[in-house]
Design a protein around this ligand. Structure first.
Ligand code: CAA
Length: 248
């Protein structure tokens, strides 16, 4: 039964936004493979999904900064569930700090995890998508890749770079049944946001016209929309979902 479901791979699937994306795609009838970083957390996370009735969610953790690991991970998914038809690049980290204090390590780890990983995953799935003349790639970027953010030269650069990749790959695949799009969430109520010092966080919230953070479920629904096979005329687009905080 599950072998016949279309397959979706969600990197960062066990995170705040990732979890909502996994559930939304599972609700839409996909066999979902959630990428993860922390095996212990992932095991508990999967138990929760199963307890909540999500039989069609499983784990697939690969080191996204390694091209070889991504190739092997995609091969393993193909062998067990079939080729991936939906890839959601949702894995991401922050290492905030102003330029004058930022270390080369803080720069490198964010570029590797948030941007180089997107090449590794897209390159690993693209041949199967071209072969089947079908695919949906959805890159979860950020409002801060659109407008920049004080204290985030690394993150803003990586997230802006994601959309450059989106637009280029969308052109390469436009006649092949594959769409490639970027979603740029604003501040969403997750653990990542809670790491921002409270005073700074509250000041940011005041700049959101809706005066609230977004919910992970709001992102999940948008991903499911773009993943839908009937929504095939949107490609190379960036969709802002930020409560009006940035209108570009
Ligand atoms: N704009 C202008 N000035 C700012 C500022 C801002 N947004 N934030 C801080 N400053 C000023 C401070 O007032 C301070 O000024 P003075 O030196 O004149 O007093 C100076 O910059 C230094 O600020 P800090 O004391 O905060 O410096 P710090 O080194 O302790 O911290 C920081 C710097 C780590 C960048 C901290 O300000 C911070 O965490 N900012 C939040 C960054 C942020 O928004 N990250 C988003 C994470 S969530 C995410 O990324 C998800 C997503 O996609 C949306």
């Amino acid at each position: 039964m599950t072998q016949q479901m279309p397959v979706a791979w969600v990197t960062g699937g066990t995170g705040g936004i990732g979890t909502a994306i996994c559930r939304s795609l599972a609700d839409a009838g996909y066999q979902v493979l959630a990428g993860f970083n922390n095996p212990d957390k992932a095991k508990t996370w999967l138990e929760t999904q199963k307890a909540d009735g999500y039989e069609n969610i499983d784990l697939s953790g690969v080191e996204l900064t390694s091209f070889e690991a991504c190739q092997n991970g995609v091969r393993d998914i193909r062998e067990k569930y079939g080729p991936i038809s939906v890839l959601v690049n949702c894995a991401g980290i922050t290492r905030d700090g102003t330029m004058k204090k930022m270390t080369p390590d803080q720069w490198d780890v964010v570029i590797d995890t948030n941007l180089n990983s997107v090449f590794n995953t897209c390159r690993s799935v693209i041949e199967d998508m071209l072969e089947s003349s079908y695919g949906r790639i959805i890159n979860i970027s950020s409002i801060n890749g659109r407008k920049g953010q004080f204290g985030q030269v690394n993150y803003s650069a990586a997230k802006a770079g994601m959309h450059g990749l989106t637009m280029a790959l969308a052109q390469e695949t436009a006649t092949k049944g594959i769409t490639v799009n970027t979603i740029s969430p604003g501040y969403i109520a997750t653990d990542m946001i809670m790491k921002i010092p409270e005073k700074v966080r509250e000041a940011i919230r005041e700049t959101i016209p809706m005066k609230r953070y977004g919910t992970p479920e709001e992102i999940g629904r948008l991903v499911a929309f773009l993943a839908d096979k009937d929504n095939g005329f949107i490609t190379g687009a960036n969709i802002d979902i930020n409560g009006g905080q940035f209108m570009g």
